[in-house]
Design a protein. Structure first.
Length: 226
């Protein structure tokens, strides 16, 4: 499940290297997990996003966190360090990822801190009640728009929804005719998603050029109509 956009940084490559090498490394077992994942080319969040996420969660101090897209459990394990007596719930549908995530939670001593829900997020999200102080969506990019209504329902007013990989290596700016046919659905739906979020009167959002692009979203009222 390699991500071809991993090698297409949207920021000058020298700055990317600087951010990845000059900022504090992760210590202990989770640092080892990050290193192993990068060596195996497993698509976890890059180190500059790790540091940003640590800083953000340190300010928010969430108690309840929801992640859509567990992969090998790296991001959820990282977020679990910031919830205190709270909890992280994560969702994934790929058997190989689920198996590896469970092994990693066990190694990191997080089986009581992280709950992994197995299945399609489209079916699971409507069953959750929330609210969540922080949400992290790093799943199928073509599904971001369809997941958005449930994410906003579950998000606490004043909470933050962080969405990863929204720039697609900068290709979201390209005409759709220049996009390989296999990627056109992602291209179209991701642009629609960004347009909806960034123009909605009841949502506040900002784009951050870290990794392959981050979108941060907060809502101004309990119920959001899209």
């Amino acid at each position: 499940m390699l991500n071809e956009m991993m090698d297409r940084p949207v920021v000058d490559a020298r700055l990317v290297e600087y951010m990845r090498t000059k900022q504090k490394p992760l210590a202990g077992a989770i640092g080892e997990l990050e290193e192993i994942a990068h060596k195996r080319r497993v698509p976890i969040i890059p180190h500059e996003t790790v540091v940003f996420l640590q800083f953000l969660l340190g300010q928010i101090k969430p108690k309840e966190v929801l992640e859509i897209g567990a992969a090998i459990g790296f991001s959820s394990s990282l977020m679990a360090q910031f919830v205190g007596e709270g909890h992280v719930t994560t969702i994934d549908r790929f058997d190989l990822m689920i198996k590896e995530a469970k092994i990693n939670y066990e190694k990191l001593g997080l089986t009581e801190k992280v709950t992994l829900l197995e299945g399609d997020a489209a079916a699971i999200l409507p069953t959750l009640t929330g609210p969540y102080d922080f949400m992290f969506m790093d799943s199928a990019k073509s599904k971001y728009l369809s997941f958005l209504p449930e994410c906003l329902r579950l998000l606490k007013v004043g909470g933050v929804l962080m969405v990863d990989d929204v720039f697609q290596g900068g290709t979201i700016l390209d005409p759709i005719e220049e996009i390989p046919r296999k990627n056109r659905s992602i291209h179209r739906k991701l642009n629609q998603f960004l347009d909806v979020v960034m123009t909605h009167p009841d949502l506040t959002s900002t784009l951050v050029p870290l990794g392959d692009g981050i979108l941060l979203i907060t809502k101004e009222k309990e119920t959001i109509s899209l």
